[in-house]
Design a protein. Structure first.
Length: 376
């Protein structure tokens, strides 16, 4: 079973090198690369302990403080990776290092234990017996530290999902569902750790946990390489008429629009959609409609949210659903598959078509088509 630790370590190093070799690397790529390198070291230290390599090479125990403290890296790394993935920031902030404060404090406490008890390497083999109170305080903090950062990550992803629906008519490839699954995987690993601590589950050592980490590492590295950049904002600057505006939410919040102006914009938008059927474009963004109407993206979003009680995603897809309803009952489209109908209506995939159609019509496209035929 110890081989799982080594496999996980090797594949972590492999993905680290792939990320390091990636062209046009952004901050989130560096964060993921460093995180995977940390996981590689952590798993390798577990492999050394499982194989009792510390007995053969006692100097390996000098790395124990670092290995023991790695538990305080994974939560902040996931959180920062998520934040930088959905932002436009090109560089790191010094304040980011504060998230790893407990990591550095843990190393310091373990070094104090080591040098405070005669600097004997064997101390790290019997930490449960030799450790003073502050070591157990750090272990207790670990129990809450990881889950806290996972919760913070879910909050960031939730806000991102809301922004996507405010600015785009589609969610495929930009809603970060894969990263939500990564966060769920890390949650499961942390739950195993906590259960083992609390109720002493009947399995030997940490084997199931680190097997889980090995599988987790593969998906983390693979998905991190596979998915490109995600931006939380559509544009930094946009032209409205002859003016170039900067998207500053604080500025726009203070400048509300009248009901009369909102109705004018809403009517103009409805006319545009009926006249030019721009909703058939599968990857339609809010700023494209705003540009066509000669208004700012924020103003258009305000009209949708406050005056129409919806968001851009639901508004555009309501037109697509109506278009799909027409095609589903049109004899000329009887030979079309549901996927073909979906694509003709502006949807990106059959799954999103089924989900959105059912949300608006309370039945699936197939059920709608069958019901219409029965009523003929």
């Amino acid at each position: 079973m110890e081989s799982f630790f080594l496999i996980g370590s090797v594949q972590s190093i492999f993905f680290t090198f792939l990320l390091a070799a990636k062209k046009d690397k952004r901050p989130h790529d560096w964060i993921l690369a460093v995180w995977l390198a940390a996981i590689a070291f952590h798993l390798f230290s577990i492999f050394c302990a499982a194989k009792a390599l510390y007995v053969l090479w006692p100097l390996l125990l000098l790395f124990s403080p670092l290995a023991e403290s790695m538990v305080f890296v994974h939560g902040p790394a996931l959180f920062l990776y998520t934040q930088y993935l959905i932002s436009k920031k090109r560089g790191f902030s010094l304040s980011d290092t504060l998230h790893f404060g407990l990591f550095f404090l843990s190393i310091l406490s373990l070094l104090l234990i080591f040098f405070g008890q005669g600097a004997q390497l064997e101390i790290f083999l019997h930490l449960d017996e030799a450790a003073p109170a502050y070591y157990w305080v750090s272990r207790l903090l670990f129990a809450f530290h990881g889950p806290l950062y996972i919760v913070l990550t879910f909050l960031v992803l939730s806000r991102h999902s809301a922004k996507v629906r405010e600015n785009y008519s589609y969610t495929e490839s930009i809603d970060l569902k894969w990263l939500r699954n990564i966060a769920l995987g890390l949650s499961a690993i942390w739950l195993l750790v906590l259960l083992q601590w609390l109720v002493k589950l009947p399995f030997s050592g940490n084997v199931p946990i680190y097997i889980g980490v090995t599988v987790f590492v593969f998906f983390l590295g693979f998905m991190g390489l596979r998915h490109g950049d995600i931006f939380s904002e559509v544009k930094t600057r946009e032209k409205v008429g002859n003016k170039t505006l900067t998207n500053r939410p604080d500025t726009y919040r203070k400048s509300g629009i009248s009901s009369l102006e909102a109705k004018r914009i809403a009517d103009a938008m409805e006319g545009l959609l009926h006249r030019e059927q721009v909703f058939l474009k599968s990857r339609l963004a809010l700023h494209e409609i705003a540009k066509a109407l000669d208004v700012s993206s924020h103003t258009l979003s305000q009209v949708l949210n406050k005056h129409l009680g919806t968001n851009f995603f639901d508004y555009i897809n309501s037109y697509r659903v109506e278009e799909a309803k027409k095609l589903l009952v049109d004899p000329e489209y009887d030979s079309f598959t549901l996927l073909a109908i979906a694509l003709e209506s502006g949807f990106n995939s059959k799954s999103s078509f089924n989900r959105i159609f059912k949300k608006h019509v309370r039945m699936t496209p197939s059920e709608y088509k069958t019901a219409h035929r029965a009523g003929r």
